[in-house]
Design a protein around this ligand. Sequence first.
Ligand code: DQA
Length: 167
Amino acid sequence: MKKILLMNGPNLNMLGVRDPAIYGTDTLATIEAEFAAYAAERGAAVDCFQSNHEGALIDRLHEAHGCYDGIVYNPGAHTHYSYALHDAVETIDVPVVEIHLSDIEAREEFRRVSVIAPACIAQVKGLGKAGYLRALDILLDGPAGKDGASEAASAPAAEGPAAGGAR
Ligand code: DQA
């Protein structure tokens, strides 16, 4: 059975309360439960981790090395500035798909850049909570997925060195 780690970064513990017009009304607990149920249907087991602390997230990525088949990761605002998390994702031998509930390219200027994406095999954005399931499909089926070309084809790193390189 494949082992998947679902990681969420800062402020995502506040889903349900935090700006529902942008992030939806579901709590993180609901999203995690739905993700785990979908993964089980697809024959994968899931561990979940959320932290508001960069160091704790780096530690969890290091611990994942050699232990998981894939990671679905919403880095929250760390996306836009944490080279330390980029380096942690790049260091481990586990493929990571970056996911964002919102379309980060259609929002404020500072959200348009992801410094973590170049270390990931794909990025999913703007699909709301369904994006987490899409990210899992990419890990299990590859970027083209069961349904062929998709929104995740916009993933900047999907065709980059990380996809064809060491991973
Ligand atoms: C987010 C987008 C980020 O810009 C923001 O800081 C978040 C959530 C998303 O899921 O859309 O915390 O990652």
